[in-house]
Design a protein around this ligand. Structure first.
Ligand SMILES: Nc1nc2c(ncn2[C@@H]2O[C@H](COP(=O)(O)OP(=O)(O)OP(=O)(O)O)[C@@H](O)[C@H]2O)c(=O)[nH]1
Ligand SMILES: Nc1nc2c(ncn2[C@@H]2O[C@H](COP(=O)(O)OP(=O)(O)OP(=O)(O)O)[C@@H](O)[C@H]2O)c(=O)[nH]1
Ligand SMILES: [Mg+2]
Ligand SMILES: [Mg+2]
Lengths: 283, 292
């Protein structure tokens, strides 16, 4: 029989609910189902394979969102490329409160170290209680230098100092840790814009919590429109998060998800695998 | 954006000349979508809309109320009921030692909330002492120290000690001798898959027998809220919930699931990073915000 609006309706409602149950933002879930529906309307399927055809088409639609042509994006390669110019590769890390930015930076430092890439970190969260101590202890554990200032000093200039230091010492990468902030806080969003303007990062990295629901879409959208997100990392996937957050983020930023955080240890960072992810989402 | 959709829905209902079964069906669909966008658990959404469908046409309406206002009231009341109604939250007892145990997922806002609660109870005249029992997170003790020093609230901790149970035991003993009214214990973040950590917090509760276990829930928590909260209520007797980061863009719908899973009421909400950013939880206000 031929696929049309009415025979697909019920199955698509179920598929949309599956995505929502797995923390894909409602707007993203319905948009993906709409796109898939439009793509397969008019196709012929066997009487028993309706659900399977819809599921396959949905799988393709999701894969497309996740495997945008930036999937050839290898962070390690880009760092090596930048190395040839004798300039440090600067990464600006941002996100809302408590998503795992600081811990992720520690894991990135370990990853770079394992690949013989030297790193220096800027403690640009000069606001939150214990932020500088937390980052310093992490860096001490991984064996990485931190550039820090006083609490309440200007975050942008701490980043600037770190870049200066990296240039002087020939360090490959500078990672700038920033304070968590709510997208509804205009002053903090302006502060972040200034940090980016002053430090001109090669990569603006969004760190999202995979346990967050629809709000992760608001977050990614806001940071993307006011600062531009080049890539994302989602954390706490080990908490049995269904991972829908990755889809919401990829959909709105049109940029790759580079890694997923799967624990609190220094090695608990895995490259994001779109195929594994789609199975998890639709399984 | 979600607030907009529910707000528009309420406007749509008001514009309708009347509500018949078809109009109600559309209203329910909009409502369901709005709840899901606010992170309310899928099963709870379906159950709530089922209830509203039944009641909207089976209940006798008081004369003078348009059926559409009745539907809006049903939606509002249904959600307030889910939040444990407007029931009275247990107060702490004065003239004796109260122990509060803070638990929750990594990054949910426990440590910051410990600071806020210390300030809150101190302003109510209680003598507060805090035990830093997070042996995992680097700088956890320093974070509490920086939060509590301006409040002049004493802190007990041993940053080098790896055994959380040992620290808690020592801390409680220390503050019992100091004649403190309330001891708040800050713990490491943990989630339901970390079985050893869930066991640790269960052991901790058995050992210190707290007067209240507070589950701290991140306002952005999505569809995982129910199963995560359930795991905490199986490991400890969660007495109340605090929902944080509601000053942001999140609607906090996950909080409804947490209440359903733990049967514990929400006591406070976190509305910022400052020490005073703690508000009493008011169900109808929360639902009003959820409903745009
Ligand atoms: N289980 C688990 N915990 C994580 C993961 N990533 C981070 N965490 C934990 O989440 C908590 C918050 O991490 P932080 O690195 O402090 O988060 P942050 O984004 O820097 O927080 P703010 O700077 O306060 O906004 C810590 O307890 C981390 O150990 C992860 O992938 N899995
Ligand atoms: N905007 C806002 N931020 C908050 C609120 N509560 C906590 N935070 C922030 O959320 C982040 C995490 O808070 P913590 O208190 O470190 O969270 P935690 O649960 O103790 O984290 P772990 O100990 O790693 O599990 C910090 O940046 C806090 O300042 C709130 O109500 N509003
Ligand atoms: Mg941080
Ligand atoms: Mg903490």
């Amino acid at each position: 029989r031929t696929l049309n609006e009415s025979n697909m309706e019920k199955t698509f409602e179920e598929l949309e609910m599956t995505l929502i149950r797995n923390d894909v933002a409602v707007d993203v879930a319905s948009e993906i189902c709409e796109i898939t529906k439009r793509n397969i309307v008019g196709e012929k399927v066997g009487i028993f394979s309706l659900k399977k055809s819809l599921l396959d088409a949905l799988r393709v639609a999701i894969q497309e969102i996740l495997s945008m042509d930036d999937i050839s994006f290898s962070l390690l390669d880009r760092i090596q490329e930048k190395k040839k110019t004798n300039q440090p590769y600067v990464i600006l890390v941002l996100g809302v409160n408590g998503t795992g930015k600081t811990t992720t930076i520690a894991r990135l430092c370990k990853l770079f170290k394992d690949h013989k890439i030297s790193t220096i970190v800027a403690a640009s969260d000069t606001f939150r209680a214990g932020a500088i101590e937390q980052l310093s202890i992490h860096m001490e554990n991984v064996g990485i230098r931190v550039v820090k200032g006083q609490y309440n000093s200007d975050p942008a200039s701490v980043g600037y100092d770190a870049i200066d230091s990296a240039m002087a010492k020939g360090i490959d990468v500078v990672i700038i840790d920033t304070a968590g902030r709510q997208i509804t806080n205009k002053n903090l969003m302006e502060e972040l814009k200034k940090i980016k303007r002053v430090n001109n990062p090669d990569l603006t990295l969004f760190v999202g919590d995979s346990l967050a629901g629809n709000d992760v879409l608001n977050q990614a959208e806001a940071f993307n429109s006011s600062l531009g997100i080049d890539a994302s990392i989602i954390t706490k996937v080990d908490a049995d998060a269904k991972g829908g957050a990755a889809l919401s983020i990829a959909h709105i930023t049109k940029r790759p998800i580079l890694y997923i955080g799967i624990g609190q240890g220094y090695d608990d960072l895995k490259p994001f695998d779109p195929e594994w992810f789609v199975e998890k989402l639709l399984g | 954006k979600f607030g907009k959709s529910l707000d528009n829905m309420i406007r749509k209902i008001r514009k309708l000349p009347r509500i018949d079964k078809d109009a109600l069906k559309l209203v329910i669909q909009d409502f369901q979508r709005a709840l899901l966008s606010a992170d309310v658990n899928v099963e709870i959404c379906l159950a709530v809309t089922e209830n509203i469908k039944k009641k909207a046409f089976n209940e006798k309406i008081a004369t003078g109320i348009a059926r559409k206002d009745f539907v809006i009231k049903l939606i509002h009341d249904e959600l307030v009921t889910l939040l444990g109604g407007n029931q009275n939250v247990r107060k702490l007892k004065s003239n004796r030692l109260n122990i509060i145990l803070m638990v929750g997922i990594q990054g949910s806002g426990k440590t910051t909330t410990v600071g806020k609660l210390s300030h809150y109870y101190r302003s109510k005249g209680f003598k507060v002492g805090v035990v830093s029992a997070d042996t995992w997170r680097p700088g956890a003790y320093q974070q509490l120290d920086q939060l509590l020093t301006p409040l002049r609230v004493p802190l007990f901790g041993e940053p080098e000690e790896k055994n959380a149970l040992k620290i808690v035991k020592k801390g409680i003993r220390h503050f019992t001798n100091e004649n403190v009214d309330i001891i708040i214990v800050d713990t490491a973040g943990r989630h339901k898959e970390e079985k050893n950590l869930m066991n640790e917090v269960q052991k901790m509760e058995k050992m210190i027998k707290p007067d209240e276990v507070i589950l701290v829930i991140d306002g952005t928590l999505g569809q995982q809220a129910y199963s995560q909260a359930k795991a905490f209520s199986e490991a400890t007797h969660v007495g109340s919930i605090i929902v944080t980061k509601l000053d942001g863009s999140a609607k906090g719908g996950g909080a409804l699931s947490a209440v359903a899973a733990t049967n514990a009421p929400i006591k406070f909400i976190g509305v910022g990073e400052r020490i005073e950013a703690l508000e009493d939880f008011i169900p109808s206000k929360f639902v009003g915000n959820l409903l745009g």
